[in-house]
Design a protein around this ligand. Sequence first.
Ligand code: PLP
Length: 398
Amino acid sequence: PLHSHPAGRHFLQIPGPTNVPDRILRAIDNVTIDHRGPEFGVLGKSVLGGLKKVFKTQADVVIYPSSGTGAWEAALVNTLSPGDLVLMVETGHFATLWKKLALKLGLQVEFLEGDWRHGIDPAQIEARLAADKAHQIKAVCGVHNETATGVTSNIAALRKAMDSSGHPALLMVDTISSLGSMDYRHDEWGVDVTVAGSQKGLMLPPGLSFNAISAKALAATETAALPRSYWDWKEMLAINPSGYFPYTPATNMLYGLHEALEMLFAEGLDNVFARHDRFGEATRRAVRAWGLEILCQNPSEYSSALTAVVMPDGHSADAFRKAVLQHFNMSLGQGLSKLADKVFRIGHLGDMNDLTLCGTLAGVEMGLEVAGVPHKKGGVQAAMDYLTQSSMAALARA
Ligand code: PLP
């Protein structure tokens, strides 16, 4: 590498894990305490309560010391039985991984084909559920923000479609790359299980995952016959109200979570979402100015957390990303499975401000030049113009 010990900070602009703020790193760097002692209960209660506000729920939230995949598994094993039919939509790589996990658990999956450029079509779900007169489908599972594509799905519309069909299936939603960066409402949108992780909008390192659980999902545990032990909600929920956990929790990560929640609430969730919306818009303006193509095809489904950019034909996205890393010490997201080498992803979520975004986009624009990717100049300028104007407009309103 050109910079084996580069000066300045590495730009971690993948769509998660995101840059961890110093405040959170300092919080994690505290002595580990007795997880059965009095001090811990205060911490446990505080983070469990704070999380509810982020999920926008009055219902229970559980915390696992695992990556997001564990919370995917927990959602399924707590609510379903072997051979149950689950309806999923191929929005991209992560929807496909969740499907594979469901199959490994012994569930049946009907996987509605997708082109990795669009979100879930609520009308298609409504029609499929309406046709399922025998109510064989036990759950509909969808990814709110497909991290592989930068395409979102409209969960409120999906809920409405499910209600119109009059079908009783559970609704499970993966918000691993949207929670804490894009508007999400577990209760209002009638979601039964929301799955999330620590390493994206919550600005923490990887290592914690979450389930928010509706009363209907909790009732489903009574008949759900898939084997479960470590992921069993009941064990968690029995002891969580006192702030404790059935097994050794990730104490230091919980210090970090406590700090992250304070930061999100101090900024205000609506301001956090608006900040990410601005980053998404600024990034898309840059991409268009470069003359490159945004992978997401429907503007109402643009992600505010990341933008996937299509490489011009005959050019390697991975060679471009490698050049960006070597020359400018920045990591961009790679294309996953079907999209390998065809797209790169700009993460614009987490602990970021206008100048972090400008630096990121400057790294992309310079990278296009050094990697010999055909493009027009002026992407960073287009982003700066938008950020400047929207910042002035916001100040004038205040
Ligand atoms: N779902 C989505 C939308 C993701 O972005 C990811 C990871 O990037 C996962 C699930 C899997 O989570 P993990 O890698 O933390 O197990």
